[in-house]
Design a protein around this ligand. Structure first.
Ligand code: GLN
Length: 539
């Protein structure tokens, strides 16, 4: 345990989806602006070792870190807010905890003891709570506990939080409980009872929250705050109002106004080293809220009924749009609903078309139609991971004339496997954590759209895939006008394809969306939105 590291735990009550991740990221942002080195980690109560094997419809997108961890989407918020990287150690699940304990048990490391939830599982949880503090890199570690207080599955985490207090000692430990104050329209009243109950549940588990952050649709009058403070055993000035915000990026400033950071600083006896007053953040918000133009971009994918499945892409457009003072209207369009007959009607009004990442065959025809439409009508196109692979397949079929060209993921028997399984993936039988994951270097071809966008020749981007462009076809593709604009210098894998003869047609095997942040919008998203703006002006 880093001797000087202070720990803040964020729990949630009353209901899920109150935005613990955003509150955690906002608090971290405020501490960061005071010169405090801070990171955020998330502990999830489910039994999957990581979310890599989960359908996006379960918990939204799987976010990938530099070091190749497949993680909860909240880590994306942490990185986008803080502009710093997270890692393997920033997301831990109950599955990982049990896996570690059982592996140790099989090795005989418990020396004949009966292995139990308390103390063995809770010890393993605490070891993981403290892990990021080991190098003394962080003054403060914020730990978000997934799920809701009172859930059976989060009990061991709450018990571990209780024990942590005694490991860390005073001034090093703080619990923030995020809760909901519902408004009953019929009674015209804000109701504190659910909050009282959820705090009671925490108290029963031996955890006294220090600060309550109360989500609400209406301002909390002083008497309501007083009531909450009295019944929940917290100081009055530690009942923090969290009104619904227009955008998640307002939340740091709202929390600053409510003095959340001041309360935390004083309770943990922290002193500010700087106070940047979040100038750049405010500039970003100013541009975000005062767009001078707007464009329509279509996101074609198969998980469109849950926008969280495309969280990082959606946020990347917000960052890029703001940097151009352009409001991006993102239309999520189901690939399964697009066919040759309706493609013009569905996509004709768009200024840009993005084909999303994904797995498997479903919606393939619609995605190919979308690419073809963008290519032929010269509408700016951006393909990400599967989207890039689809662009390659479409080009092979409709430009080069390889009728049955496909990816062996969709058609294992194709005579023209223009996308095929990577050599290193052959023989892999386990699905979890075995894709090509995390950051790899890519060298950009001079004079391409990508190299102009990045303004440099070597980049690092994050991956999550098993299939790749089949280099046996590269010469043929280039002779027809689809070029490899970026390659991995070690393996020769094609990481970016472009069409020379098109205003903006770029496909990336990697996921640029994982690296876009508020303060560093991604260059490929910026250029794509710029191309969409130009498209709009031309029409
Ligand atoms: N299914 C494709 C592959 O595994 C693309 C994956 C993705 O879009 N993340 O290569």
């Amino acid at each position: 345990m880093g001797s000087s590291t202070k720990h803040i735990f964020i729990t949630g009550g009353v209901t899920s989806s109150l935005g613990k991740g955003i509150i955690a990221a906002s608090l971290a942002k405020l501490l960061q602006s005071r010169g405090i080195s801070v990171t955020i980690q998330k502990f999830d109560p489910y039994l999957n070792i990581d979310p890599g094997t989960l359908n996006p419809y379960e918990h939204g997108e799987c976010y990938v870190t530099e070091d190749g961890a497949e993680t909860d989407l909240d880590l994306g918020h942490y990185e986008r807010f803080l502009n710093t990287s997270t890692s393997q150690d920033n997301n831990v699940t109950t599955g990982r905890i049990y896996n570690n304990v059982i592996t140790k048990e099989r090795k005989g490391e418990y020396l004949g003891k009966t292995v139990q939830v308390v103390p063995h599982i809770t010890d393993e949880i605490k070891r993981n709570f403290y892990k990021l503090g080991n190098e003394d890199k962080y003054e403060v570690i914020i730990t978000e506990i997934g799920g809701c207080v009172g859930d059976i599955e989060s009990l061991p985490f709450i018990e571990a939080v209780r024990q942590t207090k005694w490991d860390l000692g005073p001034n090093n430990f703080l619990v923030i409980h995020l809760t909901l104050i519902p408004y009953l329209a019929a009674a015209k009243e804000l109701k504190t009872k659910p909050t009282q109950h959820s705090v009671k549940q925490l108290l029963e588990a031996g955890v006294q929250p220090d600060i309550l952050v109360c989500r609400t649709e209406h301002h909390l009058p002083q008497d309501v705050k007083k009531k909450i403070a009295l019944f929940c055993n917290v100081q009055l000035n530690c009942v923090i109002e969290a009104m619904d915000a227009d955008t998640i990026y307002d939340v740091p400033l709202l929390m600053k106004k409510e003095k959340l950071d001041e309360r935390v600083m004083s309770k943990l006896k922290l002193t500010s080293k700087t106070n940047t007053e979040l100038e750049q953040w405010k500039e970003f918000l100013g541009r975000l809220k005062n767009p001078t133009q707007e464009v329509e971009i279509g996101l074609i994918g198969k998980y469109i009924s849950l926008p969280d499945a495309y969280k990082s892409i959606i946020e990347s457009f917000i960052h890029a749009g703001a940097s151009l003072e352009c409001k991006v209207h993102l239309r999520l369009i189901s690939s399964e609903e697009i066919n040759p007959e309706n493609v013009e009607k569905k996509l004709g009004e768009l200024n840009g078309i993005l084909v999303a990442p994904g797995f498997g065959e479903r919606g393939l025809v619609g995605k190919i139609e979308a690419v073809k439409f963008a290519r032929q009508k010269k509408i700016p196109f951006f393909g990400i991971c599967l989207g890039m692979q689809i662009a390659v397949i479409e080009f092979a079929q409709n430009v080069i004339g390889l009728d049955d060209a496909s990816s062996t993921e969709m058609n294992p028997d194709t005579k023209n496997p223009v996308i095929f399984l990577m050599e290193q993936q052959k023989g892999i039988t386990q699905l979890g954590g075995t894709m090509r994951l995390g950051s790899y270097i890519c060298e950009l071809e001079k004079g391409t759209k990508s190299s102009t966008a990045y303004g440099k020749s070597k980049i690092h981007e994050r991956h999550r895939h098993r299939y790749e462009f089949n280099n046996e076809y590269l010469e043929k593709f280039e002779s027809y006008g689809m070029i490899a604009a970026g390659k991995n210098p070690e393996s020769g894998l094609v990481e970016i394809i472009e069409l020379a003869d098109h205003p903006w047609f770029v496909g990336t095997q990697f996921h640029p969306e994982y690296k876009s942040t508020v303060l560093a919008p991604h260059p490929l998203f910026i250029r794509f939105v710029k191309a969409a703006i130009e498209n709009k002006h031309q029409n």
